[in-house]
Design a protein around this ligand. Structure first.
Ligand SMILES: [Zn+2]
Ligand SMILES: [Zn+2]
Length: 347
């Protein structure tokens, strides 16, 4: 790279100096372009926000209905201080975007969190040609290869039926924004009644409004728990683990839907009955394919297993790969959505 980087991190976040804006800043700034509404990427307090039109509802829910948010349809460009900015589907959660930034003939793409596998509750990832691609590396090791989603859901349906036969309630722990909706859209709702935890419920109308087909569900309360006990499926955030909330629907079988379920021992350490390998982040194969599809020569790797991926990208793919320090996180399994970032999986 001969000229100064178009986007580089400073104390507030990933900064585009030419345009005077930040992408997913970790501190309040004048102008923030937001990839998606997870708490490590979307923080309140900035003076102006730009996000995708399909992601606007969930972002408002997260940072406040009065927040100064403008939105842009996917693929449509706007200009910020002479820098062209457009948003493209990242396939991570509803409305999640990659940010394409073009200035003086140079194109950068910041992917945010993304996945290349299909998801009935999110748009399909679209590769964007660029010179420099900034990618997450949450699962940037060759051991992470996701099974086909259809197999995972077939497995989940079988587990649910088997629990019914034993008179147990099936509980799937999943992030309340993104994963929970993906689970609801993916299971066979004809098997039995489905309920969600109160943390999941507020997102459902926002998803339905964008045309995502979700089964009819109720919010689980102590008054309706009997309708689900022994036969229902309940989707709840990981934070309920170890709380009395779970006793509402005992006996139950407890499962977690996460990419970390591919790690030996993770399920046992969390005292789960089942683990479903279902991630909203790209796996190793998807990461390599996504990087290739951009045609980028420069690869900025941020959060997760950056070092092994940088080595691979340099030595095997012949790319100019480098580390981009950030405060984003990958997928976590210990609690729902932490405020304070960590770089290692806290097992
Ligand atoms: Zn995310
Ligand atoms: Zn993230």
């Amino acid at each position: 790279m001969s000229r100064a980087p178009l986007i580089q991190p400073n104390q507030n976040g990933l900064f585009c100096e030419a345009g005077g804006f930040y992408i997913d800043p970790w501190r309040p700034v004048d102008r923030a372009v937001i990839t998606h509404a997870h708490s490590d990427h979307a923080r309140s307090g900035s003076r102006a926000y730009l996000c995708s039109r399909r992601g606007e509802g969930v972002l408002r829910h997260r940072i406040g209905s009065a927040a100064p948010i403008e939105s842009l349809p996917f693929g449509e460009a706007t200009t910020i201080n002479g820098v062209h900015v457009s948003l493209h589907p990242a396939g991570h959660i509803l409305g999640s975007a990659q940010v394409r930034v073009e200035h003086q003939g140079e194109v950068w793409v910041v992917s945010g969190d993304y996945k290349t596998a299909p998801d009935a509750a999110a748009e399909n990832f679209e590769p964007v040609r660029c010179d420099t691609f900034i990618t997450e590396c949450t699962f940037g090791l060759p051991i992470y290869r996701w099974p086909a989603q259809s197999e995972v859901f077939a497995d989940m349906n079988r587990w649910w039926r088997a629990n019914q036969a034993l008179g147990r309630t099936s509980i799937v722990l999943a992030y309340s924004l993104g994963k929970a909706q993906r689970v609801l859209a993916g299971v066979d709702a004809s098997i039995g009644p489905i309920a969600v935890h109160g943390a999941v419920a507020p997102f459902l109308p926002l998803y339905r409004r964008e045309g995502v087909a979700l089964p009819e569900v109720e919010t689980l309360t102590k008054d309706n728990a009997a309708d689900y006990r022994g036969k229902g499926l309940v989707v709840a955030p990981g934070a309920v683990q170890g709380t009395t909330w779970l006793k509402k629907i005992a006996p139950n079988s407890l499962a977690f839907a996460s990419g970390w379920m591919a790690v030996r021992g993770a399920r046992r350490r969390l005292s789960l009955d089942r683990g479903f390998v279902l991630s909203d982040h790209v796996d190793w194969t998807g990461l390599i394919d996504a990087v290739k599809a951009t045609g980028a020569e420069n690869i900025g790797a941020t959060h997760g297993h950056t070092a092994p991926f940088i080595r691979y990208a340099r030595e095997v793919m012949g790319l100019n790969a480098y580390n981009v320090p950030s405060r984003y996180e990958g997928e976590r399994i210990d609690r729902e959505e932490p405020e304070e970032p960590q770089t290692e999986l806290p097992l």
